[in-house]
Write a protein that binds this ligand. Structure first.
Ligand code: DGI
Ligand code: FE
Ligand code: FE
Length: 191
């Protein structure tokens, strides 16, 4: 990996299993970036850094969301969502990443959003299909990712939202906006 020196810094921040996931996301993102003509280095860096604060203290994450004036709605939703925007902040301020697309790919990797860039979609999908992911339906998502980025993104978003709705969990509005945006752009409304 080109950014091995950044990857090794993730080792101290997370358990072994999450480190393997991180490597898997970076590798998968590089593969998809090659396939869909996106920037390979950006994909690798975003993949490596996407879960950097997954194991940070909940209260520290909350503080950052408040002090850095991130979306205050996040605090009304599950704390699992907080590592994504704060991870983006950490990428910028600790790892000196200033590329807006990389920062957004990290920021929206958990919820998605309307108007995602191809890199954002690549990271969102890679997070769900990297080789160590093992849940019912993952194989089909992997197959879709090899065929069409948009279609894979729709399927991943539907899978995530359906999973939350089945468990009667709240769904963050960005995910709904992402879903509607993808479907409307596909022109599938009222078909
Ligand atoms: O950090 P990872 O485990 O690699 O993956 P992730 O960043 O996609 O986080 C997944 C977790 O976040 C998973 O437990 C489901 C949860 N999640 C994602 N979107 C929402 C959500 N939880 C709630 N309550 N609402 C959401 O919209
Ligand atoms: Fe994550
Ligand atoms: Fe992840």
């Amino acid at each position: 990996m080109k950014f091995e020196h950044v990857l090794v810094q993730m080792k101290d921040r997370m358990p072994e299993k999450r480190y393997i996931h991180t490597k898997g996301v970076a590798m998968t993102a590089v593969h998809l970036a090659k396939k869909y003509g996106e920037d390979i280095d950006k994909a690798e860096l975003a993949g490596i850094l996407h879960d950097s604060v997954k194991y940070a203290e909940k209260e520290w994450l909350r503080e950052k969301i408040i002090s850095e004036k991130m979306d205050p709605n996040l605090l009304q939703y599950h704390h699992e969502l907080w590592h994504a925007p704060v991870g983006s902040y950490v990428a910028e301020h600790e790892f000196q990443i200033h590329d807006e697309d990389i920062l957004n790919a990290i920021k929206y990797h958990t919820t998605g959003r309307a108007g995602m860039s191809p890199l954002e979609k690549i990271i969102y999908i890679s997070d769900m299909i990297e080789p160590s992911r093992n849940y019912p339906g993952v194989e089909l998502l992997r197959e879709k990712a090899e065929i069409d980025l948009e279609d894979a993104m729709v399927s991943c978003m539907v899978h995530s939202m359906t999973f939350l709705i089945d468990k009667k969990q709240p769904v963050f509005p960005d995910s709904f906006h992402c879903y509607n945006d993808l479907i409307q752009k596909k022109g599938k409304v009222n078909e």
